[in-house]
Ligand binder design. Structure first.
Ligand code: GLC
Ligand code: CA
Length: 565
């Protein structure tokens, strides 16, 4: 694999609204981020992905952009953004912004002009169709519920939105739209941005006709997954995007790619693929039902492990994945993947080690590094997220009681990860001097960065050690590039794998069970096997394999070992 500047790094996602508020209005902002760059540098972060800070009415928290060239005043000014780029650079941190170009906001001037004159130039920037007898063109369901079509008041037209109705889809078939987008991307890259995280990108290519698909719920509509399976040629647009933007800038791009078709991985992230990397979502979609959250199931540790290994084996020799346990759209990883009895500090470190040591670029979502957990919502009106509101409705329609619906939505809600970051034990977790836009999780009193900072046994310190290990020249080659080889796959609740480097083998094992498990491998015989990291506190360098050649993993123990060749 050709080495790239970003391969060795560790990335971190900031959800600006909830990271740090510098001016007491209850909303996190760019100056708040600047004030925490030292914290991030100390952690070892070298790539930062910012969720959107562009001008936006925030119907979908900034994923609805009204002007790609402006910073939303809630987050600060363009000068703040420039200062962030400069200050980050001083600390060796590269910045990625979110590229949301499947759609913009209905408050973008393009869309306003399109509504004024649907047959004019800007009408062609969107998908605008005539309604016949008041009927919309087809039965596709938006990701946030209801039809993808919304009438334009005062006309016989409607426009397409695969997300919220305040997020009209841009018409990628129109070369002018593509040109505008590339111009905007280059404008940002010229400013010093290192690249982009590319939002919802699979949606930019629609099937050729607005045809109906079989309904998959009572509402008579069909899931977008069905629709997208029929769309051909998204890679043609994306190759063009790459040639016009990423390639000339040597920029990094990581795609949010759901529903990729089989055998397509190389087209996405291969040597000549359109993106540098893409997120592995195999574990996040595991157990999810097309009927909605109420019919979904939380994956077991064995399912989790199978998903990770599956993606690793698929991508080997093709491209470099980006690995996560959570992001701004998912529940907290520790609340989702760990069995409830394992949701302890020890368990959090276990999950951290398991995903962090996979091959690929690790992304940490803000708060993950201190072990932040799901929120306990006590009423639906405490949840702001639009997809949660929709899923709540779907639960009730499916016959669940309000209490049951709340329980389901509480588990999966995107607001679980959007609560303010826990900086310290003071009021509002040190996030704001004012009233936070979303309630702070009351457990900040015990789970917060200040408390963990000086404690060598904290979750934060464990993450710091993982990142430091990835950077350690002694092991870097194996950790960054070593092929992943699963072992002991049949052992329930045990996740174990080798990373085969050029000079050495790294062995990673974790026990998700609540009792001790003994494991042994022939390969260890006669070799020096020593500890690099252990969440039970064995010091690096110590021998860990017993006389009989076996290793006993205590409950929720995770170890990273080096096996000398
Ligand atoms: C992506 C984003 C999500 C957003 C959606 C629409 O999935 O991650 O937060 O709601 O796209 O832009
Ligand atoms: Ca603020």
């Amino acid at each position: 694999m050709e080495k790239k500047w970003w391969h060795e790094k560790t990335a971190y996602q900031i959800y600006p609204k909830s990271f740090c508020d510098s001016n007491g209005d209850g909303i996190g902002d760019i100056r708040g981020i600047i004030s925490k760059l030292d914290y991030l540098q100390n952690l070892g972060i070298e790539i930062l992905w910012l969720s959107p800070v562009y001008l936006s009415p925030c119907a979908d928290q900034g994923y609805d952009i009204a002007d790609y060239y402006r910073i939303d005043p809630r987050f600060g000014t363009m000068e703040d953004m420039e200062e962030l780029l400069k200050e980050a650079k001083k600390r060796g941190i590269y910045i990625l912004m979110d590229l949301v170009v499947n759609h913009c906001s209905d408050e973008h001037e393009w869309f306003k002009k399109a509504c004024e004159d649907p047959d004019g130039e800007y009408g062609k920037y969107f998908y605008i169709e005539k309604m016949v007898d008041g009927k919309v063109p087809c039965n596709w369901r938006s990701y946030f519920g209801g039809s993808v079509w919304e009438p334009i008041p005062g006309t016989d037209r409607c426009y397409l939105h695969v997300f919220h109705k305040k997020q009209p889809d841009l018409n990628w078939e129109n070369p002018k739209v593509r040109e505008e987008i590339y111009r905007m991307m280059n404008w940002w890259l010229d400013k010093g941005l290192a690249g982009f995280r590319i939002d919802a990108i699979i949606n930019i290519k629609k099937p050729q006709s607005w045809k109906n698909y079989p309904a998959d719920r009572q509402d008579g509509l069909c899931d977008m997954a069905q629709v997208l399976a029929d769309a051909q040629g998204v890679e043609v647009f994306l190759q063009e995007m790459k040639e016009h933007t990423f390639r000339p800038h040597n920029a990094f791009s990581v795609g949010e790619v759901f529903n990729a078709k089989e055998g397509e991985l190389a087209a996405w992230i291969g040597e000549e693929g359109c993106f540098s990397s893409m997120f592995d979502f195999s574990q996040t979609v595991a157990g999810k039902s097309p009927l909605g959250w109420y019919a979904s199931e939380v994956p077991t540790p064995d399912e989790y492990k199978r998903c990770c290994f599956g993606s690793q084996l698929q991508s080997e020799g093709i491209g470099y994945l980006s690995n996560i346990i959570e992001n701004h759209d998912e529940p907290r990883g520790v609340s989702h993947y760990l069995p409830s009895e394992a949701q302890t500090e020890r368990g959090k470190k276990l999950l951290a080690a398991m995903y962090f040591m996979l091959k690929g670029l690790p992304f940490i979502y803000q708060g993950q590094e201190i072990g932040m957990e799901n929120m306990e919502f006590s009423a639906i009106n405490e949840i702001d997220d639009i997809s949660s509101q929709d899923e709540y409705r779907v639960c009730l329609e499916a016959g669940l009681s309000e209490a049951e619906a709340l329980q389901i939505v509480s588990h999966y809600s995107r607001d679980n990860v959007r609560t303010p970051f826990h900086w310290d034990g003071s009021r509002n977790a040190g996030f704001t001097a004012g009233t936070p836009w979303l309630n702070v999780n009351p457990n900040y009193v015990t789970i917060n960065a200040a408390e963990q900072e000086g404690n060598p046994d904290s979750v934060l310190s464990f993450y710091r050690s993982l990142i430091a290990l990835r950077k350690n020249p002694e092991y870097r080659e194996a950790i960054v590039y070593g092929q992943l080889e699963p072992v002991l796959e049949e052992e329930s609740g045990i996740m174990a794998y080798f990373r085969r480097g050029e000079k050495q083998d790294i062995f990673v094992a974790g026990n998700f069970n609540s009792d001790s498990r003994r494991i042994s491998l022939d390969e260890w015989r006669g070799k020096t096997v020593s500890v690099l990291l252990d969440n039970y506190g064995k010091t690096p360098g110590e021998e860990i394999i017993g006389e009989d050649g076996s290793l006993t993993l205590k409950p929720q123990q995770a170890v990273v070992l080096v096996v000398e060749r």
